[in-house]
Design a protein around this ligand. Sequence first.
Ligand SMILES: C[S@@+](CC[C@H](N)C(=O)[O-])C[C@H]1O[C@@H](n2cnc3c(N)ncnc32)[C@H](O)[C@@H]1O
Length: 276
Amino acid sequence: MQLRTLLARHFPRVDPVRLPGGFDRVGDIAVIGMTPEAAPFEREIGELLLAHHPHLKVVAKRDGEHGGEYRILPLAVIAGEQRLRTVHRENGVLLHLDLALVYYSVRSAHERARIAALVEPGERVCVLCSGIGPFPLVIARHSRAAEVIGIEKNPVAHDFALMNLRANRTLRGVRLHGGDGARVLATLAPGFDRMLIVLPHGGESLLPCGLTALKPGGILHFYAMQAKGCHRDARAAVEAACRAQGLRMEELGVVPCGHCGPAVHRVCVEAVIGPA
Ligand SMILES: C[S@@+](CC[C@H](N)C(=O)[O-])C[C@H]1O[C@@H](n2cnc3c(N)ncnc32)[C@H](O)[C@@H]1O
């Protein structure tokens, strides 16, 4: 039964459109967006969710927006066990994580599968801002890449990524590095076939090092937040970074891949990068 239908039965005095319409399931945790009208009943809403979904052990409400350098989402537990640590399965990989300490969004699972399907056998792939490792691990699981590098600055997220690599021990060719993307990338052999920059707020600062590390004719996937229907800024950022390095981009497309509020899209600018 849809969450809103369930809640409308229990809270008939609240306009149904003002009740939470759904939740994200991360392992055994439900993450729910609370409306002001539903807030007085949040404890009961949490208990109802636990009663109707026996696999859930924790219900947490969003308590703000993703923020800070590590893009962590403020959450508050409203029912069940007092924890935000769990194990989640996505695209055939196991992911250990603690939502209080790291970024992770189930909503990008489809995007990770899409990218993995683009990777050709033998490619060297680099994921800048790899978090707890979902992009590198899903790419390794579903492609025949020769090497998949992940670089993550949040030391706790990096530790989870290492744990996740151990938890998916059949995967080959994945190397995970902790530290700032630009600093670590400068120490690695360049010539990547594919570069992902997964920092939709502020990823422009990583474009120079990401472009430098691509081989001529390599493919860039650059994530950005954009007003719906307007992809000019994200494309312009890539164009400007290419120009500054004497490179040329041949755009493959701008792919919408999620949203952050009704008017803001997450997009992926995709381009082949070569000499000007
Ligand atoms: C939007 S999250 C994406 C995480 C991961 N790729 C995923 O899909 O779950 C961005 C990540 O970039 C990390 N980060 C921020 N600045 C960074 C930098 N300069 N170098 C490397 N990682 C960085 C954050 O800690 C965060 O984990």
